[in-house]
Write a protein that binds this ligand. Structure first.
Ligand code: ZN
Length: 272
């Protein structure tokens, strides 16, 4: 058992009370930026290697413009990590297919998709039609309309969001409660992060987060300033928090790439 630096005893007691064996938490990392790919992914891999777990990396295809960056993910896939598509074109199936083909043409075994969304983000039914059109083994993208055929993995809790919005301790407490709630209802959940926050701080700006839409310009500027400031102070760094979270969750649930969660939930429609 690791020192409970970020997670309090109440959380651990609750985990023990709620979780029987055979529950599963998928580990997802969305690679949004070159910093996240070049410097964040190697940190995540080293940490997960030490904790003896594997996860899924979803990458924006536009980041794969040089061999060194591509080779980071080739090494990851070779060593047991899953590589999936972090989709930018959420409104055009033709453009989305081009992204998928580009990723596959680099040799990756792509079976899952998550949404980045570039300018537009998740566009509801339009995006679900695009996801279905890709014909992948699974998607992880929120709650689908009932006509969606692609298996969708439930639950989603983003570590840097919780830590940035609520701070290290309150953020951890809320994240664990969210995962427990998913496990009660769906027997599965997903813990996600953005690997760039393994290099810089996740920042903090509770006032901005609660009062401004994340997409407006002033919110983006204030977020960047808070990240720079907190990075200088060495606060809200994800690596030690993530390590502790994996240690504690890993005693109670299986921590797996999302393709394994897909198989656990939808065995027949989720092939190797
Ligand atoms: Zn993204």
């Amino acid at each position: 058992m690791m020192e409970g630096q970020y997670i309090n005893l109440q959380d651990e007691g609750e985990i023990n009370a709620v979780i029987p064996v055979a529950f599963i938490v998928g580990l997802r990392h969305d690679i949004d930026t070159t910093l996240g790919l070049s410097r964040g992914v190697p940190v995540v891999m080293e940490l997960e290697e030490q904790m003896n777990v594997r996860s899924s990396f979803y990458v924006r295809v536009r980041l794969l413009h040089n061999e060194d960056l591509i080779n980071i993910l080739r090494r990851a896939e070779r060593d047991g990590w899953e590589i999936g598509l972090h989709l930018d074109n959420t409104y055009s199936l033709a453009d989305a297919r081009r992204e998928l083909e580009a990723l596959r043409s680099l040799g990756f075994n792509v079976r899952g998709v998550t949404i980045h969304g570039g300018l537009y983000g998740m566009l509801g039914e339009i995006t679900w039609r695009v996801i279905d059109g890709l014909g992948l083994a699974y998607a992880h993208a929120g709650g689908p309309p009932d006509w969606v055929k692609t298996p969708v993995i439930p639950g989603h809790h983003t570590l840097d969001y919780y830590v940035g919005k609520y701070g290290e301790h309150e953020g951890m407490h809320r994240l664990i409660r969210g995962i427990l709630s998913d496990l009660r209802s769906s027997k599965a959940s997903v813990l996600s992060s953005h690997p760039e926050y393994f290099v810089v701080s996740a920042g903090t700006m509770p006032v901005v987060e609660s009062r401004l839409s994340p997409r407006i310009r002033v919110a983006k500027i204030l977020r960047k300033m808070s990240i720079a400031f907190y990075t200088m102070l060495g606060r809200n760094r994800l690596a030690p928090i993530y390590r502790e979270l994996l240690g504690i969750l890993g005693e109670h649930v299986a921590l797996k790439p999302l393709i394994d969660v897909c198989r656990a939930l939808y065995s027949s429609s989720c092939p190797a």
